[in-house]
Design a protein around this ligand. Structure first.
Ligand SMILES: *Cc1c(COP(=O)(O)O)cnc(C)c1O
Length: 360
């Protein structure tokens, strides 16, 4: 059986080396006589796996000691609620930047807890851009500013980190974490569902500034309290052990490949050539403003939407799968996270040219 180039937005491809290592260790992890799935989360074997994953993530992202790393459950969607519960700290309002579908969901959830000031929105231009710093109408009394650096559905990315003064900055990095280096010290909270660029679904990585913890709103459940989770080493209850282990293998893989600088170089190259191919053609179109185009999620439409299903069928025959765009956008979407080999992007570009020749 051969593996396909899977352009799914999430759950997404994992590095083949990682899958093979997991396969080799599946029934007997390093002489322990058991699978990682069968280990006590408090035993020394799993503790070593958990600690190494955390240390490797700290190293590759250069996470300062001021920040805690949490391995939680509930997905990025659970963070939409945990962020206000943990960060409002007696305040009644928070700033949100609205750049698309995921921002909107974060805003809707935050409204259950506080007044939301939409500091900027690109809805009027159909979410085809991200606002500039000068467009942000930030409230100095906001408890925090929340934004989505990469909108997975619209394929829109911020080219800068918003400057928010003393107001803590929160980022939903689900679809761009580990794609390049970022200055973690600029953020109060970074969170990401694992299933795009980290590992399997079921794990959520949260990086949170320690001094902001411990001031949750009344009634916050223990499971949703950053401080409780931090004190318990993310083991207030049984953590998603196997997903944590696989994430650790991915962190080690990133390190081995040269870290985030190396990832960034490859990711930029992959994205640049795909956008160049789209722009060079009258048959394909990407609606996003060039300086806001995502490195990770590349939506594009065909000149004739009637051809969409033929495109998808023939792409699949070439081993190029899950290219169907999100139902809210239509057309195609190629998600090209770290684990998508450059050869996958090259094969897609060649197929697109050939398809255009036959149908354009
Ligand atoms: C996928 C995604 C989510 C939702 O993640 P879950 O882990 O399914 O809750 C939220 N935000 C962004 C930016 C995403 O890409």
């Amino acid at each position: 059986m051969s593996r396909v180039f899977n352009f799914s937005a999430g759950p997404a491809m994992l590095p083949e080396d990682v899958l093979k290592q997991a396969q080799a260790e599946m029934t007997d992890w390093q002489g322990s006589g058991m699978s990682v799935m069968e280990m006590s989360h408090r035993g020394k074997e799993f503790m070593s796996i958990a600690e190494k994953a955390s240390a490797d993530l700290r190293e590759i992202m250069a996470i300062p000691d001021s920040h805690e790393i949490l391995f939680l459950q509930g997905g990025a969607s659970c963070q939409f609620a945990m962020v206000p519960m943990n960060l409002l700290r007696g305040k009644s309002t928070a700033d949100y930047i609205n750049t698309g579908a995921w921002s909107k969901k974060a805003i809707a959830e935050a409204k259950r807890f506080c007044d939301v000031n939409v500091a900027a929105s690109s809805e009027a231009d159909k979410f085809s851009s991200a606002p500039a710093q000068s467009d942000l109408k930030l409230n100095p009394d906001a408890a925090y500013v929340h934004y989505t650096p990469n909108e997975t559905i619209g394929g829109v990315e911020f080219s800068y980190i918003p400057e928010t003064g003393d107001v803590p900055l929160v980022a939903d990095m689900s679809s761009m974490i580990l794609s390049r280096s970022i200055d973690v010290s600029k953020f109060a909270v970074i969170y990401a569902g694992a299933q795009k660029n980290i590992g399997p679904a079921g794990l959520t990585v949260v990086i949170v500034r320690k001094d902001l913890m411990g001031q949750t709103i009344d009634g916050t459940p223990s499971m949703l309290n950053y401080e409780v989770q931090a004190k318990a080493g993310s083991m207030y209850n049984t953590p998603p052990t196997y997903a944590w282990y696989l994430a650790g293998l991915v962190f080690a893989w990133v390190k081995d490949k040269g870290g985030l600088a190396a990832m960034a170089e490859i990711n930029k190259r992959k994205a640049d050539k795909l956008y160049a191919a789209i722009d060079a053609s009258d048959f394909y179109n990407n609606p996003v403003k060039p300086d806001c185009r995502s490195w990770m999620n590349v939506p594009f439409t065909l000149a004739d939407a009637e051809l969409d299903s033929v495109f998808l069928e023939q792409a699949k025959e070439k081993g190029l799968t899950t290219l169907k765009g999100h139902r809210s956008v239509g057309g195609m979407r190629a998600s090209i996270y770290n684990a998508m080999p450059e050869a996958g992007v090259d094969t897609l570009i060649a197929f697109m040219a050939e398809f255009e020749k036959r149908n354009g």
